[in-house]
Design a protein around this ligand. Structure first.
Ligand code: SF4
Length: 366
């Protein structure tokens, strides 16, 4: 309750909004990279408290959303071929080219929702005659726990466990975002959870290129205070990397988690939904752990697949369009009938806007 009182206080929120208005002296666009920030902003109506000159745009920080279609298709293929798949819940309803994991499970496929990758290890131990594949989706926040899991599987000598590795790294994506000619980004709200692992140094090149960064917490006052810090740096033209979320994030991050991640994975070029191929933005298993790599073990070919017809998720993820600008938003695409992943995930930008900013009387799906 203390936390709620401290970080949800309306008077403090209005005071911060006023302070933001006082320092914003030019049109500014700040991107919240993290999907959880998008939900906090939508849920608490923070956009409506800001001056019209300050625009917030959602970024690519929803791991489910940026996982390209071919990875979803590969997971569905594995489950249809009789392998047992362990996934985080958000993946279940993401549409692939031909159905979803939810549909595979409904037709008898072995797809289990897990809350931790360690549950997939337990599943593998309990079922030694089955091949268990964990779908390793997520950023630097989840990659260390998956690395620990692979290391554990190695120590246990498991031969029926592997990971479909689809981890992605946030700072290279931010670098790619500021290079876009059609999207103006004047500052980044950096993801708190990712930063707790990587620290702040990876954002330094962005500040050196003139883009201020603030690592923000997840309560409404955290977000407003971080926006104020960004606006102030823009006004003074002194871009830096600052930590607002200092009750959790340390400048050096979590060296133990980083070391584990680096022991099991190495950095590679990878494709993002909406952003295309980005150098040094993904992870793959090192050769010493290659037998736990599902892509290698089952000779999966991940070829780029087109987005669902009409879906604007790619443009939403790079901040080029707002969710409501997608012609399918709220009509053909709704949480109970998603066309793209941004409407499925609990961190998706379309889901956030639909859930918190749209009246409940929306038309039926067509
Ligand atoms: S409304 Fe649906 S189809 Fe359109 S961008 Fe969002 S998730 Fe994709």
């Amino acid at each position: 309750m203390k936390l709620i009182d401290e970080f949800h206080n309306p008077q403090k929120a209005y005071r911060l909004a006023q302070q933001i208005e006082e320092v914003v002296d030019q049109p500014l666009a700040f991107m919240e990279v993290c999907g959880t920030h998008s939900h906090v902003i939508a849920r608490h109506g923070l956009t409506q408290m800001l001056p019209p000159q300050l625009r917030l745009i959602s970024g690519p920080g929803c791991p489910v959303c940026v996982t390209p279609q071919e990875v979803i298709d590969a997971a569905i293929q594995l489950a249809r071929e009789g392998l047992w798949l362990a996934v985080f819940g958000d993946m279940m309803k993401v549409p692939g080219s031909d159905g979803s994991l939810d549909e595979v499970r409904a037709t008898g496929g072995q797809v289990q929702v897990v809350y931790s990758p360690m549950q997939a290890i337990e599943w593998a131990q309990e079922n030694p005659d089955e091949q268990i594949v964990f779908m390793g989706v997520g950023f630097e926040t989840t990659a260390p726990s998956v690395a620990i899991c692979i290391s554990e599987a190695n120590e246990l000598g498991l031969t029926n466990f592997s990971v479909l590795v689809a981890h992605r790294l946030i700072p290279p994506a931010m670098q790619a975002l500021i290079a876009q000619p059609d999207v103006q980004i004047d500052g980044f709200l950096c993801p708190g959870h990712v930063s707790a692992i990587i620290g702040v140094h990876p954002y330094q090149p962005l500040a050196e290129q003139g883009i201020p960064c603030v690592v923000a917490g997840f309560e409404p006052l955290d977000v407003l205070q971080s926006l104020y810090m960004l606006a102030q740096m823009c006004r003074e033209n002194k871009p830096q990397v600052l930590i607002q979320y200092d009750r959790v994030v340390k400048p050096e991050g979590n060296p133990t988690a980083l070391a584990k991640m680096n022991e099991v994975f190495e950095v590679t070029t990878t494709r993002w939904r909406g952003l295309g191929e980005i150098p040094a933005s993904g992870l793959r298993t090192r050769d010493s752990y290659a037998r736990f790599d599902a892509q290698k073990r089952f000779a999966l070919e991940l070829k780029p697949v087109p987005e669902p017809p009409g879906c604007q998720c790619g443009a939403v993820l790079r901040g080029a369009v707002q969710p409501t600008e997608c012609p399918l938003f709220g009509t053909a695409c709704r949480p109970d009938h998603p066309v793209g992943p941004c409407m499925v995930s609990s961190e998706g930008a379309c889901a956030a806007v639909y859930r918190y900013q749209i009246p409940t009387t929306t038309p039926s799906p067509t």
